[in-house]
Design a protein around this ligand. Structure first.
Ligand SMILES: C[S@@+](CC[C@H](N)C(=O)[O-])C[C@H]1O[C@@H](n2cnc3c(N)ncnc32)[C@H](O)[C@@H]1O
Length: 386
């Protein structure tokens, strides 16, 4: 498929080039933010599986540069237009309003923006972005955690400590393996990436923090939701409008990180590999062991746990639990599965930042050597790869 044809078939691919995003995925994060207010009060973020970097670009433009998109962007533009038309009268008008009161906080906003820390990780190299520290590493490997902790706090990093001294507000992961087309295998490999992302997030998230990650909706995905529900107050599954309806892709949006009592995150002993959460036996012992209190009159009071807590546990996700599903991005947004007619004289743009060393680079080189997708044309010698 040529660039121009892809422009017609994929509105978000075209829009990304027009609006300067490195990949169409930027719209997925923007639409998720529009729905869930992901960036509210956020100054420290980790972006996992970040190359070519459109999500990091969103973080940089919103958190570091203070740009506004979607509804907030529209409101900002309205304000600017009003200011332009009304001039001085606008300032006077504004002074008496709530918005006017907010003017004083612009200085605070600037200070907050200066304190923003964003660390992005990918197997592939990533071109630099303002305010973003990039690491080339494998998120499934335990050696990545000290690298990440050092990048987050270069001045206070202690190699003996396995969790962040200044934890982060948000961890996002758009991780995807090179798909093989074998659905079960792809879903399995993707779930391993998600698992690695979650384990990394557990080491760096602060209580109340948020975790957003790409999932492939497979057969047993509800089990995953139940597991996430143990760690977060709210777990939702969202499908942004820019994510094709035909794809199994969706995103888990987990808010309110609250690890279970006595849980300590570590990549040497990741969740899932060995028992990390208090075992059922331990929990049962704790529950059946009544607390004793000797009253003034000499009587002994035993405090027995009620069964209510068990029911609560099931509700809270120790059993199977289905996460609420939300389609986000309103109907005014482009439909990612539709083909749009474009003007005849329209010039197709080049991608903003093609991946510097994608895994398919070698395959493309080999195909070029062999004369393109359909081999050498008549009269040309076919040179296969050696
Ligand atoms: C869909 S792309 C991410 C797009 C990115 N969010 C953006 O907006 O530009 C998936 C990325 O996952 C990365 N990835 C896959 N396995 C990884 C791993 N084990 N460690 C780090 N990155 C990985 C790939 O290199 C690829 O760049």
């Amino acid at each position: 498929m040529g660039k121009s044809s892809k422009d017609k078939r994929d509105a978000y691919y075209r829009l990304a080039k027009e609006e300067g995003w490195r990949a169409r995925s930027a719209y997925k994060l923007l639409q998720l933010d529009e729905e869930f207010g992901l960036f509210e009060g956020v100054t420290r973020v980790v972006d996992l599986c970040a190359a070519p970097g459109s999500w990091s670009q969103v973080l940089s433009r919103v958190l570091v540069k203070g740009e506004k998109f979607s509804r907030a962007g529209w409101e900002e533009k309205q304000k600017e237009t009003k200011q332009y038309v009304l001039g001085h009268a606008f300032q006077e008008d504004l002074a008496g309003t709530k918005e006017g009161g907010n003017l004083k906080s612009q200085e605070e906003e600037r200070k907050t923006r200066e304190s923003v820390r964003i660390v992005s990780i990918d197997l592939q190299p990533m071109s630099p972005l303002e305010g973003v520290t990039t690491l080339r590493a494998d998120i499934t490997h335990p050696s990545t955690i000290p690298l990440l902790l050092k990048a987050l706090d270069p001045d206070t990093f202690d190699p003996k400590v396995t969790s962040a001294c200044h934890p982060v507000d948000l961890v996002i992961s758009d991780g995807a393996p090179d798909v093989t087309g074998l659905h079960d295998l792809d879903i399995y490999v993707q779930s391993q990436l998600l698992w690695a992302a979650l384990n990394l997030a557990l080491c760096v998230l602060k209580p109340g923090g948020k975790f957003v990650a790409k999932i492939f909706r497979g057969k047993d995905v509800d089990l995953l939701f139940a597991q996430l529900k143990i760690m977060f107050c709210t777990v939702r599954v969202a499908k942004p409008r820019s994510s094709r309806a035909s794809s199994v892709e969706a995103f888990v949006v987990c808010v309110g990180f609250h690890p279970p009592h006595r849980f300590s995150a570590s990549l040497d002993n990741p969740l899932g590999a060995r028992a990390q959460l208090p075992s059922d036996e331990q929990t049962a012992n704790e529950k059946t062991k009544p607390s004793r209190k000797v009253r003034d009159d000499g009587a002994i009071e035993l405090d027995l746990d009620s069964d209510e807590e068990d029911e609560h546990d099931v509700e809270e996700g120790r059993g199977r639990w289905i996460a609420p599903f939300l389609a986000c991005g309103d109907l005014s947004a482009y439909d990612s599965d539709a083909t749009y007619h474009l003007p005849k004289d329209r010039i197709s743009l080049d991608p903003v930042q093609p991946p510097t060393a994608p895994p398919y680079k070698r395959a493309l080189e080999m195909r070029k050597l062999a004369g393109g997708a359909y081999g050498k044309t008549k009269g040309q010698e076919c040179q296969g790869p050696t």
